[in-house]
Design a protein around this ligand. Structure first.
Ligand code: THU
Length: 144
């Protein structure tokens, strides 16, 4: 199946419907594409103690890695007020950028920050996390 940005964004919007956001009421969805064409969806999951909250992007990454997938080519992210259609771009937070840095090639991994399948901006991970610190900096072998 050809998984272009439009399809990936539609899957992020679908994932967003599952967001658990009783505190911020800010619902985020992500769809993470593996190099072999699989998609892992994620939503943000909040917590009464606040700090254990997990972002949509990290939910998707952790689902994938826990299933044995860690070669990724792109992620789509959508966010906005719970119960409403997104009206602006919602970029991945700094913690999520760092988690992506662990598994993704900063020069080739694509991040689609979207309002809808027709309205999105495309960045590389390097553009979103310049001079990022990753496993290569510690001399580790990487999967990309
Ligand atoms: N959030 C995400 O899920 N992803 C981001 O990259 C930005 C922030 C969530 C965390 C929290 O549940 C809510 O949005 C408000 O910060």
């Amino acid at each position: 199946m050809d998984m272009g940005p439009e399809k990936l964004i539609a899957l992020a919007l679908e994932a967003r419907e599952k967001a658990y956001t009783p505190y911020s009421h800010w619902a985020v969805g992500a769809a993470l594409l593996t190099e072999d064409g699989k998609v892992y969806q994620g939503c943000n999951i909040e917590n009464a103690a606040y700090t254990p909250t997990n972002c949509a992007e990290r939910t998707a990454v952790f689902k994938a890695v826990s299933e044995g997938d860690m070669n990724f080519s792109a992620i789509a992210v959508v966010g906005g007020e719970e119960g409403q259609t997104p009206t602006g771009y919602c970029g991945p937070c700094g913690v999520c950028r760092q988690v992506l840095m662990e598994f993704c090639n900063p020069k080739s991994f694509r991040i689609y920050v979207a309002i809808s399948p027709e309205d999105y901006k495309e960045y590389t991970l390097e553009e979103m996390l310049p001079l990022g610190f990753g496993p290569l900096d510690l001399g580790k072998k990487v999967n990309f």
